[in-house]
Design a protein. Structure first.
Length: 488
C-alpha cells in the first residue's frame, strides 16, 4: 500500500482490447477480498487517436467511505497496466508513471497508430525505445508479448495481464479473488482462467522484458534450402523468407526466376545485393485480384475467423467487401488481349480508373466459388497484362542498378534502395510506380552527365536519396520530389 493509503491502477486501452473488462475484474476481485475499490473510465475520441483510460483505486478495509479520484495524479501512479506497448509511451509522455513508485505491466506487441500506417516509409516507432522508456520510468517492469501467449494458449490478452498483475503482488488481493471475479463475470470463463494462470506464473517466476513478436507464435527456423545455402551470409535471412513467399504466390519456377534476377548482384556490393533481394521479392509478389481471391478462400482464413469468434456451435458468416478498379480487372487478363483497352483507359481516366464495388458472402456456396475460381487463375498470371507491366518496370530498375554499380557503389546503393518506393495498390501503386520511373530517369541522366564530366557522382547520389526520402515523407514531399526532378 502506498503512502497515500491506496493503490492506483491506470489502464490505457483502445477499442476491442478488453480494458473495461480488465478494470471490472480488478474492482470485483478487490471487493470480494474485503478491500474497498472503485473504478472510472474516460473514453477517447477514436480507437487510435484517443485511447479509453480506465482508472481503479483500491483501499484497505475502513469504516467510512474513502475520498476517491476520477483520474490519477501525474507522478503518483502505482500501477500502469497496458494492453499494448505504445500506450506506455503515451502515458509516459503525459507524466503519469515515476521510477520511484510505478510498476509497469505491459504487452510488448504493437497495434500500429494512424501515423505509423499512413507513412509511405517505415514510420514504426522502435519497440526497443519504448521498452527502454518503460524501464526508465518504472520501479519494476513486467513486459512480454501477451498477444502471442494468448494466441498460443487460446485465451485473451486482458486475462494474461490480470494474472501478471496478481503475480506482481502490487495489489493486496489473493489470487483466488481474481479467479472468483473471472467466474462471476461468466464470459469465456475457462479461457480467461487459463490466461490468468499463464500471466500469474509468468510474473511469479520473474519474467523479464522480452522483445515483441507482435502476436506471432514462435516457430523453429527451417533448415536452409540448398539454393539459400549458396548465397552470401547477409542475403540468407532475406532469401529464407523470400523463396517460400514466392512459391506460395506462384510456383517453384517463379522462385527460380527471382534467384536468376538476383544472381548478377550476389558477387557485388553486399548492401546493393541486400536491397535488391528484399525489394525484388516484395515487388514480385504484388497484390493482384488473383492473390486477394486466393488468400480470402483459404481454409486457414476461415479457421482463424471461427477461432477468433470463439462461439462454439455458432454459425459464422463472412462478407468480403471488394472494390477492384479497372486496372485490377483487366490486369489479370492476357496482355495481348487487353493491352489496347488498357492504353485507352489510361488516356480516358489518367488520374484514377472506375471501380466496381461489391459485397461477396464467401461463406455461401456461390459466393465462395466465385472468389475461389478467381484465385485459381494464377496460371494465367505470367501472361497477364499486370505481369507484363510489372516485369518491364522491374527489368528497367535492375538495369539502372547494374549500370550505376559500374560507376559508383554509393550511387548503386541509393538506386537499389529506390525499390522501396514500389508499394500499395490501385491509385497509390500507380503513383508510386510513376515516382520510381521519374527517379530512375533523373538519376540516370545526372549520372551520365557526371560520367562525361569527371566521374563525380555525389550530385546524382544525393538526387536519388533526396527524391526517395521526399516521396516517403508523404503527399507534400511527393510534390517537392517532382519539383526536385524537374529542376535537373
Amino acid at each position: 500500500m502506498s503512502e497515500a493509503g491506496f493503490v492506483s491502477v491506470l489502464i490505457p486501452a483502445v477499442g476491442g482490447q478488453g480494458g473495461g473488462v480488465l478494470a471490472e475484474w480488478i474492482v470485483e476481485a478487490a471487493i470480494a477480498d474485503g478491500q474497498v475499490a472503485h473504478g472510472t473510465s474516460i473514453p477517447g475520441v477514436a480507437q487510435r487517436t484517443g485511447s479509453t483510460t480506465y482508472y481503479v483505486e483500491v483501499f484497505p478495509p475502513r469504516d467510512g467511505e474513502p475520498i476517491v479520484s476520477l483520474y490519477p495524479v501525474p507522478g503518483a501512479l502505482d500501477v500502469l497496466l497496458a494492453p499494448e506497448l505504445l500506450e506506455v509511451g503515451r502515458m509516459i509522455e503525459l507524466g503519469f508513471p515515476s521510477p520511484a513508485r510505478t510498476t509497469i505491466i505491459t504487452s510488448t506487441h504493437r497495434l500500429y497508430s494512424i501515423q505509423e500506417k499512413l507513412a509511405l516509409g517505415n514510420a514504426i516507432y522502435p519497440t526497443e525505445r519504448l521498452v527502454d522508456a518503460a524501464r526508465a520510468f518504472s520501479r519494476a517492469l513486467h513486459a512480454f508479448d501477451a498477444l502471442a501467449l494468448a494466441r498460443e494458449h487460446r485465451t485473451e490478452v486482458n486475462a494474461v495481464l490480470l494474472g501478471a498483475l496478481a503475480g506482481s503482488g502490487v495489489l493486496p488481493m489473493r489470487a483466488d479473488a481474481y479467479r472468483g471475479a473471472i467466474r462471476a463475470k461468466g464470459v469465456q470463463v475457462d479461457a480467461n482462467l487459463r490466461g490468468f494462470e499463464l500471466g500469474l506464473d509468468l510474473t511469479r517466476e520473474g519474467a523479464v522484458t522480452a522483445g515483441a513478436r507482435n502476436g506471432a507464435v514462435a516457430t523453429a527456423p527451417a533448415a536452409d534450402d540448398p539454393q539459400v545455402a549458396v548465397l552470401p551470409e547477409a542475403l540468407r535471412p532475406i532469401a529464407r523468407q523470400a523463396l517460400p513467399r514466392l512459391i506460395d504466390y506462384q510456383d517453384a519456377r517463379y522462385a527460380e526466376r527471382y534467384l536468376a534476377l538476383l544472381r548478377p548482384f550476389v558477387e557485388g556490393d553486399g548492401e546493393v545485393a541486400a536491397h535488391v533481394a528484399r525489394y525484388l521479392a516484395l515487388w514480385m509478389t504484388y497484390e493482384d485480384a488473383i492473390r486477394v481471391a486466393d488468400l480470402k478462400t483459404r481454409a486457414a482464413r476461415f479457421a482463424r475467423i471461427r477461432d477468433e469468434a470463439r462461439t462454439p456451435g455458432a454459425v459464422v458468416e463472412v462478407t468480403d467487401y471488394l472494390k477492384p478498379d479497372l486496372d485490377e480487372i483487366y490486369g489479370i487478363l492476357p496482355y495481348v488481349l487487353v493491352a489496347p483497352l488498357a492504353r485507352w483507359a489510361e488516356r480516358r481516366w489518367p488520374h484514377g480508373r472506375p471501380a466496381l464495388a461489391q459485397h461477396v458472402r464467401t461463406t455461401t456456396v456461390l459466393g465462395y466459388l466465385r472468389v475461389w475460381l478467381l484465385g485459381r487463375l494464377r496460371r494465367l498470371r505470367p501472361i497477364s497484362y499486370r505481369a507484363h507491366e510489372e516485369g518491364a518496370r522491374m527489368t528497367r530498375w535492375l538495369a539502372v542498378v547494374r549500370r550505376c554499380a559500374a560507376w559508383d557503389v554509393g550511387l548503386a546503393r541509393e538506386v537499389a534502395h529506390a525499390g522501396q518506393l514500389v508499394k500499395g495498390y490501385g491509385d497509390v501503386r500507380r503513383r508510386m510506380a510513376a515516382h520510381l520511373d521519374r527517379l530512375l530517369a533523373s538519376t540516370l541522366a545526372a549520372a551520365e552527365e557526371a560520367s562525361r564530366e569527371g566521374a563525380d557522382f555525389t550530385a546524382a547520389t544525393r538526387l536519388a536519396r533526396d527524391y526517395r526520402l521526399l516521396v516517403l515523407s508523404g503527399p507534400e514531399g511527393e510534390a517537392k520530389a517532382e519539383a526536385l526532378a524537374d529542376s535537373r
